[in-house]
Design a protein around this ligand. Structure first.
Ligand code: CIR
Length: 254
């Protein structure tokens, strides 16, 4: 969770057409733009250098740069998103990653979204989901091994978009998780903090250096983290939440 740099992409006007599992109304472009700007500002205040890529009108979900690639200080991996409309986002981000990283690997088989990948100190957890299949997860394990990273394949609860929709790393020993994911036992080697019932989307929080960014619509989660001694930065996620996104989705961090 100690990061020097991030990559983000400006939202396109087409973001209002972003993918969603269930239609709870579309976000507005202005709303997403404001949430994105506040996020970038919070990142700068957290001490990271921000590279801002231009908007891509042809790709409504391209603001969510976390999904087409995975980055580490040791190198980057170009993934293959499991949603047909998002596959070509990889070609769009590839030149930037080639400029910024000496080692850039490509997923040799299957499908994998970065939203399904939780990096912890000991290992990289890869969640199987509707976007990440076993072939992709196993291929990704091969790429991670080349970068010297241990990994494990785990399950994402049914009906949950991405593994990280339901969890985030708070520090080297602690995971913030929904009850439905924690129940599966994947985090038994960690201290776990469980999201209060009804605030499940708050699980996609983001620890960056000294702060934990959390959706501002989730007061009970914020209070819980605050009481536990975390320095919480609440950020509005109301509009991006309508297209199934949270705070990790909007950046690649290393
Ligand atoms: C999608 O369905 O692909 C986008 N509407 C949301 C992606 C969220 N990304 C993430 O959690 N890493």
């Amino acid at each position: 969770f100690n990061f020097n740099q991030i990559i983000v992409r400006t939202p396109s006007r087409s973001v209002v057409n972003g993918l969603r599992a269930e239609d709870r109304g579309s976000p507005t472009y202005e709303g997403v733009k404001a949430e994105h700007e506040a996020y970038v500002q919070a990142m700068r205040e957290a001490g990271v250098k921000v590279t801002v890529l231009p908007a891509l009108e042809a790709f409504p979900d391209s603001i969510f740069v976390e999904d087409p690639a995975l980055v580490f200080t040791e190198g980057a991996i170009l993934l293959r998103p499991g949603a047909a409309t998002r596959v070509k986002e990889v070609e769009e981000i590839a030149p930037t990653l080639h400029d910024m990283f000496e080692t850039v690997l490509e997923l040799p088989a299957g499908y994998a979204d970065g939203g399904d990948v939780l990096t912890t100190r000991e290992s990289v957890m890869i969640g199987l989901s509707a976007r990440t299949d076993r072939a992709g997860a196993e291929a990704l394990q091969g790429c991670l091994a080349k970068l010297g990273r241990k990994s494990e394949i785990v399950a994402t609860p049914a009906g949950v978009l991405h593994f990280k929709t339901d969890c985030s790393l708070l520090d080297d020993e602690t995971i913030l998780s929904t009850n439905r994911l924690a129940r599966s036992g994947v985090f038994e080697n960690f201290r776990q903090m469980i999201i209060p019932e009804g605030e499940e989307p708050a699980a996609n929080a983001l620890r960056v250096n000294d702060v934990v960014m959390v959706g501002s619509d989730f007061p009970r989660t914020i209070e819980m983290l605050d009481k536990a001694g975390y320095k919480v930065v609440p950020l509005k996620t109301t509009d991006i939440g309508k297209i199934d996104a949270g705070l990790s989705c909007m950046s690649l961090r290393w």
